[in-house]
Ligand binder design. Structure first.
Ligand code: KG4
Ligand code: ZN
Length: 344
């Protein structure tokens, strides 16, 4: 097998409710197709069994579309990367099995990728509009399934400094949004309404959590209590206060994130910060980090919107970096729902 320095690579992401395929040439993205599963909208969250069935239904068409958009034929591919985990096992297995069979049929290397590493290293996708982070840096990784503070000293050397002890930040956005009557995923809806609401209108209390860990379940209970009491005194409480509720919920979430991020900066002395994961699309969080960068002399890297929520391009860039470093997978490696950052 010959290894080129700028491989043409197909990447597949299927860890949750987005079926995605991307084609990269080196770190340049030639195509990035994301098919979001709408079936979960009315359930208030992702239904794992439905998600894996939807992946099965979409994956062939999504891969074909990504290849067509990149104008690349299967025989031109140098490698295939897929999400090994963490994520929903049934969903991961669809992508992993597809990637393995195709790599075997084409006789090209297969590369397994950690989804959380990929959210972070999405910042290294070739983009002339953006400066790349310098090592070492801290990542505040905020998604629907995870909330992590990670110290990154190299592409493959990531140390978890803290994480959520219960709900993830995206989950907190989505569960709060459900209480307000929004469909899943409600994070973007809260973001939109928060822009025209008053963030000091409601006080839900903030958690006290040790070290660099996070907790969001207490906040969720606080929000639920305020809403229940409000409805008891006025059945139209939510309609009348929706924007202020959204702004206050988002304000509380941002405060929790900000406190821990600044604590991590203080403890490590690292002032280079990247924001990663689906919640990185939140406009309030992006603006707040820009403000913090001025106050605390931090260098902040915000991901482009298309690489915030789950996408295969981020899996692809890790695939390319692993390929270039000879880190290809044996066929024995399979989906791992709890794959963490210790063994990349
Ligand atoms: O990274 P991601 O696509 O999936 C996981 O790996 O979990 O993140 C999805 C999460 C959802 O909870 C969604 O509500 C949240 O990201 N999200 C947002 C925004 N856009 C997506 N939350 C707040 N504001 C947004 N603009
Ligand atoms: Zn994700």
């Amino acid at each position: 097998m010959t290894f080129t320095t700028e491989p043409i690579l197909l990447a597949i992401e299927s860890s949750c409710d987005d079926t995605s395929a991307a084609v990269l040439k080196g770190r340049e993205v030639l195509s990035n197709v994301v098919q979001t599963q709408l079936i979960h909208e009315n359930f208030g969250g992702v239904v794992p069994e439905l998600a894996s069935r939807e992946h099965q239904q979409y994956i062939v068409a999504v891969v074909d579309k990504a290849l067509a958009m990149a104008n690349i034929e299967k025989k031109e591919l140098d490698a295939i990367a897929y999400t090994r985990g963490p994520g929903l096992l049934g969903s991961l297995l669809v992508g992993a099995s597809f990637a393995k069979s195709l790599a075997l049929a084409l006789d090209i290397p297969l590369i397994d990728v950690n989804h959380m590493q990929a959210h972070i290293l999405a910042h290294f996708i070739h983009d002339p509009q953006k400066t790349q982070p310098n090592f070492p840096f801290l990542s505040l990784t905020v998604s629907g399934g995870h909330t992590q503070l990670v110290m990154v000293t190299d592409f493959f050397d990531l140390t978890l400094l803290g994480e959520t002890l219960d709900d993830a930040v995206g989950e907190c956005f989505d569960k709060s949004a459900k209480l307000l009557g929004f469909d899943y995923p409600g994070g973007p809806q809260i973001d939109k309404r928060a822009q025209v609401g008053n963030s000091s209108a409601f006080d839900f209390g903030l958690p006290k959590v040790d070290a660099l860990n996070f907790s969001f379940s207490g906040l969720k209970t606080g929000i639920s209590t305020v809403i229940q009491k409000g409805i008891l005194s006025d059945p139209h409480f939510i309609e009348k206060n929706r924007n202020d509720l959204c702004a206050s919920i988002q304000g509380a979430i941002l405060k929790i994130l900000e406190n821990k991020l600044l604590k991590a900066v203080q403890q490590t002395g690292i002032k280079e910060i990247v924001l990663s994961g689906g919640v990185a699309a939140n406009s309030g969080l992006r603006n707040r980090l820009k403000e913090l960068s001025a106050i605390h002399q931090l260098t902040i890297h915000l991901p482009p919107f298309e690489y915030c929520t789950d996408n295969a391009a981020m899996i692809g860039v890790v695939g390319v970096l692993k390929y270039q470093n000879g880190l290809v997978t044996s066929d024995g490696v399979s989906a791992d729902a709890r794959y963490d950052l210790t063994n990349l």
